[in-house]
Write a protein that binds this ligand. Sequence first.
Ligand code: DHB
Length: 498
Amino acid sequence: LAAATAAASTAGVGVAAARSRKPSDALVFDKDAYTVLTTTVATDDGDKAVTYHFYKAITYVTNPVDAKYQCLNVSVPVEIDGTAVDATRAPILFANSVGGYMPSSVADATGVGGSPMTPPGGGGGGGGGGSGGGQAAMVSNAKLAVAAGYVVVEPGARGRTLVDADGTYYGTAPTAIVDLKAAVRYVRFNEGRIPGNTDRIVSSGTSAGGALSALLGASGDSPLYEADLRELGAAPAGDAIFAGGAWCPIADLEHADMAYEWNWGGNKLSSGDTVDQTISKELRSAFAEYQAALKLRGKHGFGPLTARTYDDYLVTTYLEPAATTYLKSLPAADRSGYLAKNPWLTWSGDRAAFAWSDFLTHVGARKKNTPAFDPFDLSAPENNLFGTGATKARHFTLYSLRHATGNDSARLDGDLPRKLDLMNPMFFIGQRNPGRAKHWWIRVGTKDTDTSLTVVGNLAAGLENLGDDVNALMYWDAGHGANEDAADFMTWIGRVTG
Ligand code: DHB
C-alpha cells in the first residue's frame, strides 16, 4: 500500500489512484447497489404510490464492533403517483428507530420504515419500526418522507443490552450516539455519490431515539467523540446536521429525577400508591437549584425560567395552546362533550384556560416511582445505559449513589461525568456548540409521564435562547410516543431546507 501510494505520487498520477487504496474506500457508497421497491403511503392528501431505490444494510464504519447494528438503509424515491422524481438534491431524513436505549438494527428491514408495504393505518412495528408510534397506529416519518420526495437514511446503532461472550457490555453510553455520528459521517463522506443533499440532513427519533436525535443535532462536529469515531473507522467527514427533530426526548438524564419530581411529584402511581415524599421533595428542591443554574429565559418575553415560574410557563406557552388546538379541531358536539367532562378547563373566546394543579390532576397516574431514572435498586434502563465493562448497571447521579450506598461522600465512577456530557444535548447547548443544528422540531404529549415536561421545555428554551429556529409544541392529552402532526413535519422539512 505504501509503495503504491509512493509510486503514484512519484509518477504524478494524481492522488485519485493513491486515495483509492485508503481504508475509507470501503465506505464509498455504491449507487448501483439497490433494489426497486414500491409502497403505498397513506398521507393527509390520500394514498401515494411510491417507487423507490432501497439500499440495504450498508456498514457505515470500516472497523465495526457489531455490523448488525452499525449499518444503515437508504431509500430514494424515484416515482410518486406515476410521476418521476429526482431526489438527487432532496433533503435527507435521518430517521433513527432507537427505543429504550436498546440496540437498534435495520439489517433485516424489508423496506423503508421497516416494511415494504404500508397497510393503511397499520404501519410501524416491524424491522426498524422501534418504539415510535404512540397509542394510535400511524404512518412513520420515514414513509411519509419518501412520499414527500425526500431521501431517507435509517441508521442502526448499538444499545445498552449488548453483551459479548466475555460478559462485556459493548453498547452502553456513549456508543449509540457515536454510531449515529458515524452514520452521519458516512452520508456526508458520500456527498455527490449518495442521493440527497448531505448539507440538509434532518434527524428524527422518538423517546430515547428523540433524545439521541436532539443530541446528534446539538453536538454536531464536537471534537469530544473523535477518538471513539476514529477507533470505529468512521468516514473522514463532519457529523454536523442541518436540523433536529425530537419526539418526547428522554434527555438530560442526570437531572431527570429532579425534574420528574418537580413535575409529577404530587401524582400517584397507577397502583394508587404515593411515592416516598421525603425523596420526592429532596429531588424537587434539587431541581430548583439546577433550573436556576441553567439561566434560561422563556419564549415570548416570559422572563427567567425557574422552578417557581415553570408551571406558569408550561401552562401559558405549551399546555393551554395544546388544549386550544385540540378543542378547535373537534366538531362542536365533541368539544361540548369534552368540556362537560372536564369542567376545570374553561373555554372562552376559542381559547382553553386552566390551572396547573388541575392539569396535574387531569393527567393522573405518574408512570415511574421515585427516583424515576436512577432508582436505588439500579432497575431502570438508564442504569444499564451507564453500565460499563462487565458491570451491567450503575448509578449516575450522586443523589442515588449516596442514598443507595449510605455513603455521603461516595463519588461517581471516574468515567461517568464525561459520558453524561456526551449523552446530554443540554451540555452542548450550554457550550453553545457552534456546529449544532440551527433548526429544530420538538414535540411531546401532555400526558406523557415518561419524563418531566420541563425536559422539552428546557431543550426548546436552551436552543431558542441561542437564537436557533425552534418549532416546539405539545400534543394535548397524548401519551408517550405521539406524533400527531407528521404531515406538518414533512412540510417544515421542505421549508427549512429550501
Ligand atoms: C424510553 C422510555 C423511557 O421511559 C425511558 O426511561 C427511556 C426510554 C423509550 O421509550 O425509548
